[in-house]
Design a protein around this ligand. Structure first.
Ligand SMILES: C[S@@+](CC[C@H](N)C(=O)[O-])C[C@H]1O[C@@H](n2cnc3c(N)ncnc32)[C@H](O)[C@@H]1O
Length: 292
C-alpha cells in the first residue's frame, strides 16, 4: 500500500475516523508501506499491513458461501488470470471478446482528463486496476489506483502482476460492503465480473455511491439472466453456490435504488457493461421501489 492512500482511508463503518500509521513501519524501495499497523483514531481498532497489503478483515473471516470459499483458495488465485479470465468474455458473450476489446472501455468510460484516486472493487488479480494504472500514466495530474478484494491469495497474485509491470498499485483486503474510504473520496470505481457473487448487492452499491466524488464515475461489467433454458438451469445451479443473476431491468432498478444513475449500457449475450454516475443527493430509498 502506498502512503498517498492513507489520507483517504477510514476504519470501515466509522466514517468520522482517521487511520494513522504506527511509528516503525517498514517502507520498501518503491516507497510502499511493506509492514506496519494502521490505528484507528476513534474506536480501538488496528489493521495490519503485511507484505504491502493492508487487511481490514482479519483472519477470523470464514467463507459464507461456496463461491467465497473458492475465491479464498490459493490455486483459484493462481489459475484465474492465467487460464480463465482471458477467455471469459468470449465464452460468456458468444462472440470474440478479448482484452483488446474490453480493457480500452475502462479508460474511455472513466473519462481520464486529470488524475485522481480510482478503485477496482473485488479486483481478483487486478486486471482492471492494471489497465487503468497504465492508462493514467499518460494523464496529467496525480493519480493512484487501489485494488480491493476480500481474498488475500487474489490480492497477493494481483500484487505480483502489478510489480512485474512496475505499476504502483495499492492493494487492500476489505469487503465491497465496507469500503474503507472517506465519503466522496474516489474519482472512479470499476468492477469487473464481481457483482454477481458479491453477496449483499445493495450494500455494495450503496458503498460505491458513498465513496464516489460528485463527478465520479462507475464502470461495472457483470452477467445477467440468460433466456435459454439450459443456461437458466446452469445459472440456477450457480445460485446455490452464492452467484446471483438478475434480468437487465432488475439490475438497473438496483442501481437506481442505491443512488447510481445509468449513463450508458451495452449488452453482449449474458455480459453487460454499465456506466453509472452518483445521484446528486443521497435521497432516502424511494418508498415505492422496494427491493426484495
Ligand atoms: C469474478 S472475480 C473478479 C474478477 C476481476 N474483477 C476481473 O475483472 O478479472 C470475483 C472477485 O470478487 C471477490 N469478491 C467477491 N465478493 C466480495 C466481497 N463481498 N468483497 C470483496 N471482494 C469480493 C472475490 O474474491 C473474487 O476475487
Amino acid at each position: 500500500m502506498y502512503p498517498e492512500v492513507l489520507a483517504q482511508l477510514i476504519c470501515p463503518g466509522h466514517p468520522q475516523s482517521r487511520l494513522e500509521l504506527e511509528p516503525g513501519a517498514q517502507i520498501d524501495k518503491d516507497g510502499a508501506i511493506w509492514r506496519g499497523r494502521l490505528c484507528c483514531t476513534a474506536p480501538k481498532a488496528s489493521y495490519t499491513v503485511d507484505q504491502g497489503i493492508v487487511d481490514f478483515i482479519g483472519s477470523w473471516d470464514l467463507p459464507t458461501s461456496p463461491a467465497q470459499l473458492v475465491n479464498y483458495l490459493a490455486p483459484t488465485a493462481w489459475v484465474y488470470e492465467r487460464a480463465w479470465r482471458p477467455h471469459a468474455l468470449t465464452l460468456l458473450s458468444g462472440e470474440p471478446f478479448g482484452y483488446d476489446r474490453e480493457l480500452p472501455l475502462i479508460s474511455q468510460l472513466m473519462a481520464l482528463e486529470q488524475g485522481g484516486l480510482y478503485l477496482d472493487v473485488a479486483c481478483s488479480n487486478g486486471l482492471y486496476a492494471r489497465a487503468l494504472s497504465r492508462a493514467l500514466s499518460a494523464v496529467p495530474g496525480q493519480s493512484h489506483v487501489v485494488g480491493v478484494d476480500y481474498s488475500l491469495p487474489m490480492l497477493r497474485q494481483a500484487q505480483v502482476f502489478a510489480q512485474r509491470e512496475k505499476l504502483s498499485i495499492s492493494y487492500i483486503r476489505a469487503k465491497a460492503q465496507g469500503l474503507p474510504f472517506r465519503d466522496g473520496s474516489i474519482d472512479g470505481v470499476m468492477m469487473g465480473g464481481s457483482l454477481n457473487e458479491i453477496g449483499d448487492v445493495d450494500a455494495c452499491l450503496r458503498e460505491i455511491r458513498r465513496v464516489l466524488t460528485r463527478s465520479g464515475r462507475c464502470f461495472i461489467m457483470n452477467l445477467i439472466q440468460v433466456e435459454h433454458p439450459v443456461g437458466r438451469a446452469f445459472q440456477a445451479f450457480l445460485g446455490v453456490g452464492g452467484v446471483a443473476f438478475w434480468t437487465l431491468e432488475e439490475l438497473n432498478r438496483r442501481f437506481r435504488y442505491n443512488g447510481l444513475i445509468l449513463k450508458a449500457q451495452w449488452r453482449y449475450g449474458a455480459v453487460v457493461f454499465t456506466l453509472l454516475v452518483p445521484a446528486p443527493v443521497l435521497a432516502p430509498a424511494n418508498p415505492v421501489e422496494v427491493m426484495p
